[in-house]
Design a protein around this ligand. Structure first.
Ligand SMILES: [Mn+2]
Length: 333
């Protein structure tokens, strides 16, 4: 997206957010902190100026994000009233809202706010800025311009969004701007200690068992540069764990010294394997995921592939191996 197009889109988005009277707001399936933080911040801001909203997400809010203000109002049920606009946040394609797609595809106006480099821009107004560390940064800038009061609740949602998508301000996408916005959010009432504790330090016993299984099954490939692990449906049953309990497991794989790429393979109920990819920034796993039908960023990406965990693992590994070889050819000698 060119700079001029982005500026025009931002102006249109500000105009729309300042005037709209009813909206469906949605984010992607298996929502993360950025997805939920943005969804809730936009809704709180719109409600503050009297706009009617519905907070939509096809999947439930993971336990560690339930503390976010108004998270209890997120629903998968499309209401029977029809809004003026649909607002879709943190989705690199309308399909990312999953079963909610049909409720959004025929609305009079659609606003896409996202930061994925792999965004297949959709909708009438497209605010897509891949230089933003989190969609929360884009939302912050838009809301400031709308002139809504930055309450502690809105600040908490946006802080959680930026904190999680930048890996606690430690990934390659964390910039001076991420930290500057975070600082303003803290000044507005977001509590860094409390939010970090709630998001990262309240892992359930079941989720901890699941983490243990994942770590016990660690496999190293490609000259120790690729670390991966697999979780089967049986593992979830044995640990009494939920699908959302995989959150954060991949960060443990990524943290192993010398790792360029971390991969987590998770069997899902529909005979698919959910693949999470992370890199140290020297390899673009977003492109790898894109080639496998998914998407994401340089450092973090994902895709879903049909098949057994082992066949999917082999397929993803060969795609990763190929891009490692390509990256090596491009390295300066
Ligand atoms: Mn995001």
């Amino acid at each position: 997206m060119s700079n001029r197009n982005l500026t025009t889109a931002r102006n249109q988005a500000v105009e729309l957010l300042s005037t709209v009277e009813s909206a469906f707001v949605a984010t992607h399936v298996r929502p993360d902190g950025d997805a939920l933080g943005c969804l809730l911040a936009v809704c709180l801001a719109l409600e503050a100026r009297g706009c009617r909203v519905c907070r939509l997400c096809a999947d439930p809010v993971p336990d560690n994000y339930r503390f976010l203000p108004s998270a209890d109002r997120v629903t998968a049920e499309v209401p029977d009233w029809r809004p003026q606009v649909g607002i879709v946040v943190d989705c690199d394609g309308l399909a990312r809202v999953g079963p909610l797609e049909s409720a959004f595809s025929d609305l009079p106006q659609l606003l896409d706010i996202d930061h994925h480099a792999t965004d297949q821009a959709f909708g009438d107004i497209r605010v897509v800025d891949p230089t933003a560390g989190a969609t929360g940064e884009i939302i912050y800038t838009l809301l400031r311009r709308v002139g809504v009061r930055l309450t502690a609740d809105i600040a908490t949602c946006l802080y959680a969004a930026i904190l999680t998508d930048t890996g606690r301000f430690g990934y390659t996408n964390a910039t001076a701007r991420s930290l500057m916005i975070a600082s303003r959010l803290v000044r507005a009432g977001a509590d860094p200690h409390e939010i970090t504790r709630k998001v990262y330090e309240e892992r359930s016993i079941a989720a901890t068992h699941l983490l243990g299984v994942a770590l016990s099954r660690l496999v190293v490939d490609c000259n120790d540069e690729v670390v991966s692990s697999t979780l089967t449906l049986a593992d979830f049953a044995r640990a009494g764990a939920k699908a959302t309990d995989t959150e954060g497991i991949i960060d443990h794989l990524r943290a192993i010294g010398g790792t360029r790429v971390a991969l987590l393979f998770v069997e899902t109920e529909d005979d698919q394997v959910r693949v999470s990819l992370r890199s140290d920034g020297t390899l673009d796993v977003g492109q790898v995921a894109l080639s496998l039908g998914g998407g994401g960023h340089v450092g973090a990406a994902g895709c879903n592939i049909a098949g057994s965990a082992e066949t999917v693992r082999q397929r993803v590994l060969s795609a990763v191996r190929e891009s490692l070889v390509k990256a090596r050819l491009n390295e300066p000698h």
